[in-house]
Ligand binder design. Structure first.
Ligand SMILES: [Zn+2]
Length: 121
């Protein structure tokens, strides 16, 4: 039941919609009724709170993993570039990596590579 709820929450987030606590609670209630229909209101609400806490911890772990993947990608790109020349993972040489417009253009490239690495783990 918990794994099913994790999957449902992930699917909701991946759809790009803004997922609110209330939305999660509705889906939780549906899944809970299918698996454990005998629970009282207090019991299912408590179970939802426990799931929500666990879900938050899971998201934080995932965020840390993604951040590490981005850092790895930056580090390996920096090593490949050698000193004095900064190249994005897309291959473009960045003349001014501190420039906001440059970052806006190339940060998604780095994030994409990091996302792919994460999927590859
Ligand atoms: Zn780029």
């Amino acid at each position: 039941m918990i794994a099913e709820m994790d999957q449902a929450a992930d699917a909701m987030r991946e759809s790009g919609a803004h997922v609110r606590r209330h939305d999660l609670q509705l889906v939780f209630r549906e899944i809970q009724q299918a698996h454990m229909p005998h629970l009282s209101r207090e019991q299912w609400l408590e179970l939802f709170e426990l799931w929500l806490e666990r879900d938050l911890a899971r998201l934080q772990t995932e965020r840390r993993r993604t951040l590490n993947a981005i850092l790895d990608a930056i580090e390996s790109a920096a090593k490949a570039n050698g000193p004095g020349k900064i190249r994005c993972v897309c291959g473009a040489v960045l003349k001014d990596p501190g420039d906001p417009a440059t970052m806006a253009e190339h940060a998604p490239h780095v994030a994409t590579i990091a996302g792919l690495r994460r999927l590859a783990r």
